[in-house]
Write a protein that binds this ligand. Structure first.
Ligand SMILES: CC(C)(COP(=O)(O)OP(=O)(O)OC[C@H]1O[C@@H](n2cnc3c(N)ncnc32)[C@H](O)[C@@H]1OP(=O)(O)O)[C@@H](O)C(=O)NCCC(=O)NCCS
Length: 151
């Protein structure tokens, strides 16, 4: 999972997994150019994006899913669509996922993944994972939402 911000040490550091910014309103994230969509008060909003240009791996089309309760964003997940290359077919990957600390363990991230999978049946989760992210993916595997990891 491409969840880490740029860092210079070559090793992950704890703050790299602070992804609270992923809860921003649609169109506000410099990490996701070209995002559209309308805020909602309750439920899961979908914010698609189609950047004009593809500078790097984060600037591909995709969708961000945000769960709201009474206007408060509680959890968010970003899917990026990567085009086919000579080596691999096109794929849709969860690159960022975040649930507010006081909302964890309630199934919000899993529900966002299940919602995104409706749009992307072969949805996978990136391989660069935090300890919590790795535990969460095991839960997805247990639920049959992703194939079991073989590496
Ligand atoms: C990973 C994260 C998105 C999970 O969000 P969530 O809404 O709490 O997830 P769900 O409620 O759907 O699933 C929770 C399950 O994930 C697993 N899990 C979550 N955190 C875990 C941890 N630290 N260690 C092991 N398993 C963990 C458990 O199976 C847990 O179920 P349980 O609460 O019954 O034990 C959330 O912990 C988070 O935002 N972490 C910080 C950002 C981050 O690390 N993102 C992932 C980068 S790869």
């Amino acid at each position: 999972m491409l969840i880490r911000r740029a860092h210079t040490s070559g090793r992950p550091n704890h703050d790299d997994y602070d992804l609270h910014w992923l809860l921003a309103d649609p169109g506000e994230l410099e990490q996701i150019p070209g995002e559209t969509g309308c805020l909602i008060h309750n439920g899961i909003a979908v914010y698609p994006s189609s950047p004009d240009r593809e500078w790097d791996e984060d600037e591909h089309p995709g969708r961000r899913y945000v769960h709201y309760a009474d206007g408060r964003p509680l959890a968010a997940l970003r899917v990026t669509q990567y085009p086919a290359t000579r080596r691999r077919p096109a794929r849709s990957v969860v690159v960022w996922i975040w649930t507010e600390e006081d909302q964890r363990g309630k199934g919000l991230a899993t529900a966002l993944f299940a919602r995104a999978k409706d749009d992307y049946p072969n949805l996978s989760v990136g391989s660069d994972r935090s300890p919590a992210g790795a535990g969460w993916v095991t839960r997805l595997e247990d639920l049959g939402l992703v194939p079991r990891t073989t590496w």
